[in-house]
Design a protein around this ligand. Structure first.
Ligand code: NDP
Length: 450
């Protein structure tokens, strides 16, 4: 059989672009099909614009902290449209970079929405293309629960990044990564921010201490937390919308954001017709090589619903390219993936939470530290920094680290290397701290928690 291409990649997000570039670099003839803007969720509607808004929102806290250091700061008003315009210009620049990355690698970008028509064929508009291999990297999309009136008016993270004006009061539904990050962003910009979530603490799946600490910190920053609560209905109200909660209370808000999870983008690809049965959330089941049940079709990134993080999708795409076209078969380890939640203060984590660690390793030794960061001594901020190390008692190996506090994401990247390398608690103890930092606490925790 001869095909138009060696590889067709569907989706020009982080995973798809990495796979396409690396495959082309290995000599494959590659086409990438994208119906939206190259760059995907992370660059266009996720990590990048989110972090720019997060930076923008953090200056109000910086200004508040500066007074204790003698600054007479009047931070004044905030020009929302300036920020959105500047952010959009940066996204345009990054989209251009993504287009050039593909072009310079020799991969052809085809703009349009793809549908699989066979194990080796894809249609885009009225074009039909064939390839020896097809890689699906179509990412995910926000989901809105079936609550009376909610879908009619709720924005998701897609729209929250592009609002024409700053809301006065916002209700954010959910308490995962996205809900917490946007709650911090809006709160930092002075928006009256309400977080409504059904659990007793935010961030289900995280270490229990981290969950408790972040709840305290977010409330301390002025976010109103409605724990153990769901939204019963949304109706027109005096301030835009009246949000009725399961406890009977009503919040009037001019903006409602659903941050209630994301689902894989598989609708419209026609995968079941090819014999690829989707998982319960619509995800594409794959093996360690990112192979589906059809030998010519592979999938990477959020569409597979393994670990939905950009660097994981990139690693999966790269490994696919090396395996398929580079003569270097390899798989990606999904263990010990460090991550951060860019709340204010941020969270950094690597390895399991305490309960899960106990299930995985049996006897564990836990070290914790909770302290007032030095910067707070003059700023007067009462927020605590929290750190935790989890050690497998039998081997002395550090199996997890967690932090809530300034720079947690930056600090956790280095700790992640140590955990992946199998460092023991004795190795941590033998490492000299950098003084004065918060990070040094990770190498000076000596007494296990009772
Ligand atoms: P998450 O799965 O993290 O959180 C979803 C939240 O919505 C949870 O609080 C969940 O509650 C709640 N929820 C789900 N369904 C309902 C429902 N029907 N009614 C009420 N509440 C509901 O999803 P996100 O959208 O926040 O993020 C998606 C993924 O994107 C993350 O898991 C992460 O992998 C990635 N991401 C990573 C970021 C980073 O690395 N910094 C930033 C943003 C996203 P409950 O817990 O009770 O189920």
């Amino acid at each position: 059989m001869t095909y138009d291409y060696d590889l067709i990649v569907i989706g020009a997000g982080s995973g798809g672009v990495r796979a396409a570039r690396m495959s082309a670099g290995h000599g494959a003839k590659v086409a990438v099909i994208e119906g939206d803007r190259p760059g995907g969720t992370c660059v266009i509607r996720g990590c990048v614009p989110k972090k720019l808004l997060m930076y923008g929102s953090s200056f109000s806290a910086d200004a508040a902290d500066a007074a204790g250091y003698g600054w007479q700061v009047d931070i004044g008003g905030h020009d929302w449209s300036h920020l959105i315009t500047a952010k959009n210009a940066e996204l345009d620049r990054l989209e251009g970079i993504y287009r050039n990355l593909l072009k310079n690698a020799g991969a052809e970008l085809i703009e349009g929405w793809a549908r699989l028509t066979g194990p080796n064929s894809v249609s885009v508009g009225d074009r039909s293309l064939t390839a020896a291999h097809i890689l699906i990297a179509t990412g995910g999309t926000p989901q809105i629960p079936d609550v009376l009136g909610l879908a009619d008016c709720a924005i998701t993270s897609n729209e929250a990044l592009d609002l024409p004006a700053k809301p006065r009061r916002i209700v954010i539904y959910g308490a995962g990564y996205i809900a917490l990050e946007f709650a911090s962003i809006f709160n930092g910009f002075g928006v009256d921010t309400h977080l409504v979530y059904r659990g007793d603490l935010p961030l289900r799946g995280f270490d229990p201490d981290v969950r408790a600490e972040i709840a305290t910190a977010l409330a301390g920053r002025g976010i109103t937390l409605h724990a153990g609560t769901t939204i019963n209905s949304v109706a027109p109200g005096d301030d835009g919308h009246a949000v009725t909660l399961s406890n009977g209370s009503v919040i009037e808000a001019d903006q409602i954001m659903a941050a209630t999870g994301r689902v894989p983008n598989t609708a419209g690809l026609d995968l079941p017709a090819l014999g690829i049965d989707l998982g319960p959330r619509g995800e594409i089941p794959v093996d360690a090589r990112s192979a589906t049940s059809v030998p010519s079709i592979f999938a990477v990134g959020d569409v597979t619903d393994r670990i939905n993080l950009t660097p994981v999708a990139i690693a999966e795409g790269h490994a696919f390219a090396d395996t398929m076209f580079g003569g270097r078969p390899r798989t990606v380890s999904h263990d010990n993936v460090p991550s951060a939640v860019f709340t204010q203060p941020p969270i950094g984590s690597v390895g399991p939470g305490e309960d899960e660690a106990r299930d995985m390793f049996g006897e564990i030794t836990v070290f914790t530290s909770k302290f007032n960061a030095m910067k707070n001594s003059l700023s007067g901020r009462s927020e605590k920094t929290f750190m935790k190390l989890i050690v497998e008692t039998a081997s002395d190996r550090v199996v997890a680290a967690h932090m809530v506090g300034p720079d947690a994401g930056e600090i956790m990247q280095g700790i992640g290397v140590a955990v992946v390398a199998g460092a023991t608690k004795a190795d941590f103890d033998a490492t000299i701290g950098i003084h004065p930092t918060a990070a040094e606490e990770f190498v000076t925790m000596r007494t296990p928690r009772d």
